[in-house]
Design a protein around this ligand. Sequence first.
Ligand code: MG
Length: 123
Amino acid sequence: MKNIIVIDDSPTIRTSVQFALKQLGHNIRQAENGLKGLEVVDEVMDQKEDLALCVVDINMPEMDGITFVKEFRKKDKFTPVLVLTTESEEDKMKEGKAAGASGWMVKPFKPNDLIGVVQKLIR
Ligand SMILES: [Mg+2]
């Protein structure tokens, strides 16, 4: 089974992303900031499991999403990273893309829109 890691400091967002994406049949793991997200990435790698996707928020304590993307790309060049943004974060979207993000989703989003974007990224 492939893993999707959902990294957001909002438990509500993590839960709604998990609820939407579990329909795809992947194992969903959660983390509350970028640093914890990197720990979960290491866990998946140590367990020799496949990683299908990371979904990451921008504004989080400890380590933000842009820094997460930069650090993650040192470990994994190819696995897609979907960044969750708000309308006002256009600069951050560019920064995220430069850091190696594969796509973004503007919050708030409908579950089906998220599923559509994710299916394109992980096929
Ligand atoms: Mg946040």
